[in-house]
Write a protein that binds this ligand. Sequence first.
Ligand SMILES: [Zn+2]
Length: 358
Amino acid sequence: MSEEDENREDSESPDDDSELEKKANGKYAKMVQDMVSTMEWEEGGKKGGKKKHVDIPEDMRVMIWFYTRLLDTEHTFQRKLQSMVSEQPIYNNYLKHIRGIGPVFAANLLTIDISKYDTISKLWADTGYSAVHWESVCTKGHHFMSTSKYNTCPVRALDEETKKYKVCGAGMEEAVFINAPMKRRHGWVMIQNRKRKMTIWKIVQSFIKQPSDRSWYRRFYDKMKAKELEKAAELEKKDITKGHANNRAIRKVAKRFLANFHIIYRQQLGLKIREPWVDEHKKHIYEEPEVDDKTVVFKTYKYTEDEKKKLEEFRAGLQQNVDSFYQLQKLRIQAFNRIVDYVATKYKPKDSNPKGTA
Ligand SMILES: [Zn+2]
């Protein structure tokens, strides 16, 4: 996690990339898309020309070329990540069999050192899904929320002298335990692993897009959402909108998925687990984890000593590759958006120019 990410404020849909992509829609994006497929068709020796082909203006050839290179590299990168994760039993016998988890999501999940989390709550907390939190104020006046208690202030602030951001490090004025999840509030910094929360949020979005008859998590989401809406109706709470119900359902799916991943992964590694589907009163609270095909080997598989030994080195390398992948993807999306902006200016209808300078 980069240090900048740590202090950024969070929301229920922490998705910078989708913001980027949302910007690039509409008819200008479609024009650019057509130019991209045309160039791919030209470069492939004009084979398989079913798609619509358009003229690529001379001034745009290099920028379109650059974009297709980035796209190409991204696809190759994806395949390389896939072959990396394919060496891991937890991917081959479990994650691969869940609809909606592709190689990039799997790679993200496999950067988690599951041995560090002896309980599900700890993994939830580290991902921003804690049911409780601390609200603290440092002696320099920084307000921050965190899932664990801090003795020195972790907020990164601008140093007036050096003009650089650094960790505050001051002592605590007060720290209050709050028996509720963190919620974004003006003037408060949220300390959490924002990148991981974003990944899990994206995974849930991917589940929601699956057909319900073929995806366990999609069905679970539908069930949770219906429950939330029902609850709102019972309480006659008009202020609980469909959006709220949706957000709560997403949170529930995210937590359940993390819980299942935690239990299966630790079980396979031979680490201690608690039966998460039974609570302390021996009451059955969860359904056991399932996958979306008939595979059952994930329930019994045990990592060999050799597989365990290689894990740490694998994770370090994978983290590096995942970070690079996202950097590349961001660059690719930015390149696309820049071309769309360029096209929008280039083809703007003349009569919409109020100054009449065209
Ligand atoms: Zn401070």
